[in-house]
Structures are given as structure tokens and as C-alpha cells.
Design a binder for this molecule. Structure first.
Ligand code: PLP
Length: 294
């Protein structure tokens, strides 16, 4: 079952639409050009997680695309309507905006709620086989060429999906993109994290590191929430720059995102990352910290 709620000025709480019937115009620029933005988040017991962080990122994607989108209040109302209609313990909530029908100059915006895919739990439990793939841009291009929209979560995910298919054709579960200047960037639908554990003056020092947020990647809301909570739990934080050698030298590495949450990486390009017991312990510790966040 999928629930759709369109944001429509005639319906303050959103307009429920039939997901089994066509709802978009064939001339919608979201369909014809992939011109739009989205967010994907988790809801538990009809409550969206990290809602403000997702609304903030949607607003910053909208600014980058010069797109006028509904207000935060309109989104919250439509999400509540959709979750009440769906009414399951867990759900994936997507917020979608396109530039609208050709010539109409009015965005099309809706909320889609659907069941949680089973794959996320499997990947959290079994871990991931990952390959590195070149994204072809250098790590400074986002600042130099804002029209590439690298920090925005746009609807143009065809490249990201192609990278995942390429990984699957080559026996891997997922991908970490690298930049033309050799930096670690992100996954096609996730942020990258590594942990380094060391001993200093007889006590254990634990560091959590993610790539530089201004290197043309999407700032992850889950990475952000985990970093804030891990810091409160005594972890040190670092923001790159990361190169592939840092992944291979890590005690553990993960792909992290709103729906899949924290999925440990078993190997990258055939090379094992960390040691099994320590990876499992660090994954359990950080998963518990992440679960404690709003
Ligand atoms: N990077 C990319 C390219 C993504 O598509 C996503 C999520 O879909 C992320 C990072 C992680 O973002 P979040 O933690 O907000 O889900």
C-alpha cells in the first residue's frame, strides 16, 4: 500500500490521492527533465524522524534550484495526513517537488508514504560489499560550478541508480564514489563514515570521521544526528579529507542514511575493512546511539 497526499491550496491538510491512478501530468517537468527535489525519511509510530533536518535540507535544495516550494507547515500537515492514512509501525516518507507542468510556473508537491523495504535490515545485519567508483568531478567543483547542483537532493538520481546497478553487476552491494582528485565522497544513497580507535595515556580514544561536507556531497541528516549524539557520548569527530587509504586503515566503516540507518562495510574492492568482532561492537554501539536520537 502506498499513500499519496498532494499539497494543494484548497486543502489545508493536503489532498489524499489514489496511488493506483495516474496523478501527474505527462508534461510535468519532474517527469520530462527530472527537474525537482526530494527528501526520503523514516517514520516510526506515525512520527517522522529528524523532520526539521529534512525540511531544512529540502529548503536548501530548493534555493539551489531556484524553486518555490510549500511552507514547512504545509509539509508537516501533509505528512501527518499521509501517516494517519498509512497507519503502520514503520514507513518510508518521501517529500517530492517538481518544477510543475511546462509553462505553468507552479511547483507540483506531494508526500508519498510506503512500506519499509526489507533490504535495509538485511544490510545492517549482514554488512555490505562495496566498490569504489569514480564520479569524475574533483572535490572542489561544487564551489566552482554551482549549476551542477551537487549539494542538492535533486530528482535526477539516474546516475546514482546506474552506479548501484554497476555494483550489482560486479558482485557488490553498494558504491562509494571518489572524486577526480582522489577523495572519498559518498554512496549513491548514503553518507560514508569511518571509525578509528586508539589508546592514549591508558584510555581509549574513539574518532568518527566523515568526508568534508563541502566536497560536493549531500550533507547527510543521519550523519549529522549521529555525530551530535556520538559527541555527547564521548566520541571525537572529524570531517575529512578522506582518501581510499583511510578507508582501508579504518577500524570500521559504514554507509549511513535515513531509511537504511547504519550499515557496516565488510569489504571495499575485495579488501576487508577492520576486524569482524570490533566492527560488530562498534556497529552495535553507534546503532544504539543513533536509535536514541529523535
Ligand atoms: N548522500 C546521498 C547522495 C543520498 O542520496 C543520501 C540519502 O538518500 C545521503 C547522502 C544520506 O542522507 P540522509 O542521512 O539525510 O538520508
Amino acid at each position: 500500500m502506498t499513500v499519496l497526499v498532494f499539497i494543494d491550496s484548497d486543502f489545508p491538510a493536503g489532498r489524499i490521492a489514489d496511488a493506483n491512478q495516474p496523478q501527474l501530468f505527462a508534461t510535468d517537468l519532474g517527469a520530462t527533465r527530472g527537474d525537482g527535489i526530494f527528501e526520503s525519511l523514516l517514520a516510526v509510530e506515525n512520527k517522522p524522524k529528524k523532520i526539521q533536518a529534512h525540511l531544512d535540507r529540502l529548503a536548501s535544495s530548493a534555493t539551489l534550484l531556484e524553486l518555490e516550494i510549500p511552507t514547512a507547515e504545509q509539509w508537516r500537515a501533509a505528512i501527518d495526513t499521509a501517516l494517519a492514512e498509512f497507519d503502520q509501525p514503520e514507513a518510508v516518507v518521501k517529500l517530492l517537488v517538481t518544477r510543475g507542468v511546462e509553462g505553468a510556473k507552479q511547483a507540483t508537491a506531494w508526500v508519498q508514504v510506503s512500506p519499509l523495504p526489507a533490504l535495509g535490515k538485511q544490510q545492517r545485519e549482514r554488512g555490505l560489499t562495496v566498490i569504489l567508483l569514480d564520479r569524475g568531478y574533483d572535490s572542489e567543483v561544487a564551489l566552482r560550478a554551482p549549476w551542477l547542483l551537487l549539494g542538492a537532493k535533486t530528482l535526477s538520481y539516474a546516475v546514482n541508480m546506474a552506479a548501484l546497478r554497476y555494483a550489482q553487476q560486479h558482485g557488490a552491494d553498494d558504491v562509494i564514489f571518489t572524486s577526480a582528485d582522489g577523495r572519498v565522497l559518498e554512496g549513491p544513497t548514503s553518507s560514508v563514515l569511518i571509525a578509528k580507535v586508539s589508546e592514549e595515556n591508558g584510555s581509549q580514544l574513539k574518532r568518527l570521521i566523515t568526508p568534508q561536507l563541502d566536497s560536493g556531497i549531500l550533507p547527510g541528516t543521519t550523519q549529522g544526528a549521529l555525530f551530535a549524539a556520538a559527541q555527547r557520548a564521548g566520541w571525537q569527530l572529524g570531517y575529512g579529507p578522506l582518501e581510499p587509504k583511510h578507508l582501508y586503515e579504518a577500524d570500521a566503516a559504514w554507509l549511513i542514511s535515513s531509511v537504511r540507518l547504519l550499515a557496516p562495510i565488510n569489504s571495499i574492492d575485495g579488501q576487508q575493512i577492520g576486524e569482524d568482532t570490533q566492527r560488530a561492537e562498534l556497529t552495535a554501539e553507534l546503532s544504539a546511539i543513533l536509535a536514541s536520537t529523535e
